[in-house]
Ligand binder design. Sequence first.
Ligand code: NAD
Length: 425
Amino acid sequence: MSIMVPSKTPALITPGRQALDSALHQLDQASEHLGLDDGLRTVLATPRRSLTVSVPVRREDGRLDVVQGFRVQHNVSRGPAKGGLRYHPATDIHEVTALAMWMTWKCALVGIPYGGAKGGVAVDPAGLTTRDLERLTRRYVNEILPLIGPEKDIPAPDVGTDEQTMAWIMDTYSVSAGYSVPGVVTGKPMTLGGSLGRTGATSRGVQITTLAALGRPPEGVTVAVQGFGKVGAPAAQYLADAGCKVVAVSDLTGAVYASGGLDVARLRTWAAETGGVSGYHHADALSHEDLFELDVDVLVPAALEGAITEANAPRIRARLIVEGANGPITPEADEILAANGTTVVPDILANAGGVIVSYLEWVQNMQAYSWSSGEIESKLRDLMANAFAEVKSLAAARGLTLRQAAHVIGVGRVAEAHQMRGLYP
Ligand code: NAD
């Protein structure tokens, strides 16, 4: 485990390092519960492959920049590595490793035949032109080319990337292969082999798990959503469509509140036209901090890691938190919330809809076949509902939180795969 744990000098404790500490803490708890031996624990705590690359980019204005990029394959015991690609200025190797580890448990938990991976480039995409982004993406892909492929490691969109990014990756990989390889990425545009239902899949999963965890009709249930991007905005929409009252949302530009409920479709149009939710006429402005402390039934953190810490957890009034984002709650905050009786539907369960439909997209690509949106929706619902029921029943049987139960199932399946395969040579 020493390979994974760098210096604890305060200056080096980045948000990414905190995310990795959280992921390792959750793994420790699950390993203890499962009674895994030290050797297997170390295997599970250690990424299989980590690549750090320097990506030179000639900017449109003539400048030459060099940015750092990462690709981490945490585990491949159950199938090819799978995970998103993040463009964010604060991303680092620790954050990418944590996100890759969560992907491993998530894929095992929902029963799809993948290991976990993640990629990152330490850059602010908002500061780049489209042409710069394309050059950066193609060069980054070229640097990590030996690692990826439809049978090896399949990237997908995450924070700061989208279906256009995936199209550039697919093209760069295909040019190198000499033929079109749609299965190298998921979350692609439909014209390149994307799947029906992929765009809103993560959010659909958030809706499914929220309704399952509520255990009562959604009509009038109040919701606040932190983050109004690819996950948060459609999640707010789907929850409103189901009958919930979405009273507050936030993004980097600010937070807005309407006690009678926001018109989510209208707010999405406003955010698309103005660049964010701030200034929306039909709601009051709210501070980012106040959103967490609203007297709502459900809170959906759908931005970044470490949003809920021991500092704000005691003031959270929502009885149900559904993690659209990966790692939004620190372990210290988790304990406070559990002691206060707050139910947390953990990230590896709540936001698994994205990787489930990514898997369905990949299966369609590998078979050169396509399913209808109804078929996709029904497979997504089945896998999410099964995983939720398994987690809930294990938590009840063993007195665990939903996060602990989800990790026991995910980590347990990966440990079992290692034990069955044995060690080569
Ligand atoms: P995105 O870049 O599309 O959206 C992120 C949103 O969060 C933006 O609206 C941004 O303004 C907002 N935000 C950032 N910092 C904030 C802050 N401090 N306060 C309030 N809002 C803030 O990213 P995304 O794809 O929606 O991903 C969001 C989270 O969901 C990440 O944790 C990601 O790993 C996770 N996730 C994404 C997918 C996917 O399919 N895109 C799948 C599973 C999990």
